[in-house]
Design a protein around this ligand. Structure first.
Ligand code: UDP
Length: 164
């Protein structure tokens, strides 16, 4: 009951995280440990090799960027781990734990961040995290299908419904 009251004032949020192929062999366990230590619940988890079609569709917002085909090649190059993370303010908190896109910049501006610690370069940068709640819900739906990602309902803005 106490937990329900807390959820009412601080509704939980979901975000999509991906451990990218470059970090799967060496850093996956440590990253999962950091996610749990950061207070996120792992609501869904799936290890998979993305097909080209899936990777292209997933990153379609970037289709006109010069790095698009490299990005798709990389995302299909080996297994990824897809994760739905649940926590109050999950989208922003996960972005902040990951750090900036470019690990060179991350090492300067966010040295404790996961990308600063594990990423190789701006393409092979260990992790994905949704940039806002709308994207999070769209991509979770795209990668996990129609299944409700928690045993509680979602409100229209993608937060867990505190009354459910
Ligand atoms: N990326 C790249 N070169 C760039 C910018 C991005 O290879 O100059 C790759 C990188 O893997 C990044 C992904 O494309 O994570 C998506 O880019 P976005 O700008 O959305 O960065 P993110 O939200 O992942 O930090």
């Amino acid at each position: 009951e106490a937990e329900e009251e807390i959820d009412f004032f601080f509704p939980k949020q979901q975000t999509l995280a991906i451990i990218k192929p470059d970090s799967m062999d060496e850093h996956r366990e440590e990253i999962l440990g950091e996610i749990r230590a950061g207070g996120f619940s792992i609501s869904r988890l799936k290890e998979t090799v993305l097909s080209r079609d899936t990777a292209e569709e997933f990153y379609r917002e970037h289709r006109d960027k010069p790095f698009f085909s490299q990005l798709v090649d990389f995302m299909c190059s080996g297994p990824c781990m897809l994760l739905v993370l649940t926590k109050e303010n999950a989208v922003e908190e996960w972005r902040s734990m990951m750090g900036p896109t470019d690990p060179g910049l991350a090492q300067v501006t966010a040295p404790g961040s996961l990308r600063a610690r594990f990423a190789l370069d701006i393409l092979h940068n260990s992790l994905h995290g949704s940039s806002n709640q709308e994207h999070a819900q769209e991509k979770i739906h795209f990668l996990f299908g129609d299944i409700i990602t928690s045993d509680r309902d979602l409100t229209s803005n993608g937060e867990l419904d505190p009354t459910s």
